[in-house]
Design a protein around this ligand. Sequence first.
Ligand code: NAD
Length: 261
Amino acid sequence: MNNKINIFKNRSKLTKSTYQKTKKILHRYGYKITPYYEDDAALNLVLGGDGAFINAVHQSKFSQIPFVGINTGHLGFYQEIEPDNIEDFVRDFSNGNYHMEILSVLETKFKNKTFDSINELVIKSNKSQMIRLKVFIDGIFIESFAGDGLIISTPHGSTAYSLSAGGAILHQSLNGFELTPISPVYSNLNNTLRAPIVLPQDATIEISVSKRDFDHTVLIFDGRQEISGDFRIKTTLSKKKINKVILDKNQYWSNIKDKLM
Ligand code: NAD
C-alpha cells in the first residue's frame, strides 16, 4: 500500500499539538506526510471539527481517496477519532482493520455549472425577507413555496441544518436525500407543503425563484460557497461518493446519542 498521507487541518491550538503527536506516530508506522494534496495518497487525514472535514472535502475537490477525521473541534460529527486514540487508529488502519462508509454527494446544476455538496444545499434570502419558489420533483410541479427557504440535504447532512429546520434524521446507509422547508408560511395564498420530503436516490428536484426575489435569493453549499442571481436549479444525487474510514460499524448511533442530544 502507498505510504503517503494527505493532512488537512484547521488552525486551533489543540490541532497544532495533535498534529505534532499524529506526525510522530505516522512516521513510526512508516507513513510519509505530504506537504500538498497528492492524488495517489492512501488517506486524507483531517484534524479539526466538522468545518475542517467539510473544508477538506471541498479543497480536495471531492477526492476519492478515503477520508478520516481526528476530532479537535467541538461536535465532530464527521470526526471519528479522538486525540487519545490516534495510535490505535494508525495501528488498525495499517493492519487493514477498518470499514469503509460511503457518503453521498449532492450535485446541483445552475447555468451550465455543477456544484457539489456533502451536507446540503440551502436556498434562502440574504436579507430577512421571504422568498417564493416553484418546486418540481421528477418534472412534476409540486408546490409554490413561500417562506425562509428550502434545504436539500444528504443523509449524513440531515443531522446538520436540516435537523434544526425540523427535518428527519436519515440513516447514512439510506440511498436518498431530503427536502426540508425553513419556516414555511401558513397562508392560503401559497400551496406550500410544510413537511419535509424524503426522496429516492434517482429523484430530481428542480427549483425556480420568483422574479421578485431574484435579487436577494442565494444558494449556499455546505455553508461555504454562495452564489446568487436569477436562477433555476436542478439537484440530484451525484455519481460521485466520498469514502470515509470508520473503525466502529455502530458509530452512527453512538454519534446520534453522544453528540446530538
Ligand atoms: P459552523 O461553524 O457554522 O457550525 C455548524 C455546526 O453544525 C457545527 O456545530 C458543526 O459541528 C455542525 N455540523 C456540521 N455538519 C454536521 C453534520 N453533518 N451533522 C451534524 N452536525 C454537523 O459551520 P461548519 O462547521 O463549517 O458546518 C457547516 C454546516 O453548518 C452547514 O453545512 C450547515 O448544515 C450547518 N448550519 C447549520 C445551521 C443551523 O443548524 N441552524 C445554520 C447554518 C449552517
